[in-house]
Design a protein around this ligand. Structure first.
Ligand code: ARG
Length: 463
């Protein structure tokens, strides 16, 4: 079997070692991008006078045919393709098979080192917007749930201890806020990859009169890389992609954790749709949140891909090394995992039902203590003193297993003479959220405006 580099060697490579080094098993995914890059390169070579018009034409026709054939997965399974080292060798062999010598000229002045850097950039340009769409779809589900929960109250938590009452609508939008940042992070990755690496050759540049600006335009890049050595040996955009994917996973994982907890018997705040849960083979009562647990669990592999990739990069001398071939499996696995996890999370959250009575009950009680302190502040008490007075009151209520609403006016006054009859109506969960003033707060008007803002953002990113 002949390889792209066979001329230098007396015999063929050891079969097992060849197998070890081959990437065709997974870089097939770059097929479309490799063909696109070769079509543009043929045009550039023809403009540079390296290929005749006829040669360029026959290469283009053959590459179009190859692209067409690639629609069928069987195309990649042929006997001949078993000796292809990678997707670049595969396309070149198919091309030479069709047009002979003209095909053998296509690699003039071009190296697989820049080709693979180009292909991965083109691939991510296509695939990152798909992830962004799925992020937006999950944000839309959170916005719908926020809308549907209306004025429902629930407790918020810090240290996983009841903190302060909030609107359930506000809680849903908290998760949406994190996802919007992920969307922006992927957007800036698209800007980072927007540079054409072709013209870099294997490392030192190319000796042919390639017009890289025009080539960049043809391939949809707005800039050309600054340095051929850097361009062929760097994969910062892979690290950025893996980071964006890992952080998105961290966000869906935290969401999953919230709903695993909040749909449990202990909380009972939400009910999982039957379609989003699984049973136990042994315990008939069980309704397990498996999809959410898997989302939480799979986060580990994407974080692993990011840290693994950084470890791969850290010892590499500048310029291309074969270690860089590891980029593709990292990208593909992270991409599949984040996309599937976003979809699964959206499906589960879309089916949740809020148990408004349970959340309202949980949102009243001692978590109104800050509001009692604020009441005293309203009467002129310094906050620190108010905190102390209410702390003592809470200690007593805990001891007596009671809550604020059971206190008589005399009992209130035993703690501070400043308490009046209006204290009872001011110390409720609804009054508490209604007192919040800032635009990022849980005040119903602020939440309504925040929801409108999310909807407007969705409309802007979806057009
Ligand atoms: N399959 C290789 C990779 O993924 C393509 C580049 C190969 N370059 C080389 N000089 N062997 O990185």
């Amino acid at each position: 079997m002949a390889h792209l580099w066979s001329g230098r060697f007396e015999g063929g490579p050891d079969a097992a070692l060849f197998e070890f080094g081959a990437s065709f098993g997974f870089d097939r995914r770059l097929f479309e991008d490799d063909v696109a890059g070769s079509l543009a390169w043929a045009q550039a070579l023809s403009a540079a006078g390296v290929l005749s018009r006829e040669e360029a034409h026959s290469i283009r026709t053959a590459l179009e045919d190859i692209r067409q054939r690639g629609q069928d997965p069987a195309f990649f399974m042929s006997e001949a393709s078993r000796s292809d080292e990678d997707v670049h060798s595969f396309v070149e062999r198919e091309l030479v098979q069709r047009v002979g010598d003209a095909g053998r000229r296509l690699h003039t002045g071009r190296s697989r080192n820049e080709q693979v850097a180009l292909d991965l950039r083109l691939y991510l340009k296509r695939r990152v917007p798909v992830i962004q769409q799925r992020i937006a779809a999950l944000v839309a589900v959170l916005a719908d749930q926020s809308d549907a929960s209306g004025a429902a109250l629930m407790p918020s938590y810090t240290h996983l201890r009841r903190a302060q009452p909030i609107l359930a609508a506000h809680f849903f939008l908290a998760h949406a806020a994190a996802l919007r940042r992920d969307h922006v992070r992927f957007r800036s990755l698209l800007d980072e990859i927007d540079e054409l690496p072709l013209g870099s050759g294997a490392i030192a540049g190319t000796s042919y009169a390639i017009d890289v600006r025009t080539l960049a335009d043809h391939l949809g890049f707005s800039r050309v890389v600054a340095n051929s050595i850097d361009a062929t040996g760097e994969r910062d955009f892979v690290s950025s992609f893996l980071h964006a994917a890992a952080l998105t996973m961290v966000h869906v994982s935290r969401m999953a954790e919230d709903f695993i907890l909040f749909t449990s018997e202990e909380f009972g705040f939400f009910e999982l749709a039957d379609t989003a849960a699984t049973g136990s083979s042994l315990m008939p009562q069980k309704k397990n949140p498996d999809p959410l647990e898997l989302v939480r669990g799979k986060t580990g592999r994407v974080i692993g891909r990011l840290t693994g990739w950084l470890a791969t990069m850290k010892g590499l001398p500048i310029g291309y090394s074969k270690d860089l071939q590891e980029d593709k499996e990292a990208v593909f696995e992270a991409e599949d995992t984040v996309r599937n996890s976003l979809d699964a999370t959206a499906a589960v959250i879309a089916g949740l039902t809020l148990n408004g009575n349970v959340t309202a009950t949980a949102a009243s009680g001692l978590l109104l203590a800050t509001d009692v302190a604020d009441y005293l502040v309203g009467k002129g008490v310094p906050f620190r003193d108010a905190h102390e007075i209410v702390g003592a009151l809470v200690r007593r209520l805990v001891r007596e297993a009671r809550s604020f609403d059971s206190l008589t006016l005399d009992e209130w006054r035993a703690h501070s003479a400043l308490f009046d009859a209006d204290v009872t109506e001011s110390v409720t969960a609804a009054a508490s959220v209604g007192r919040k003033r800032t635009p990022q707060s849980t005040h119903p008007d602020a939440v309504r405006a925040a929801l409108a803002d999310v909807r407007a953002w969705l409309a802007s990113v979806r057009q």
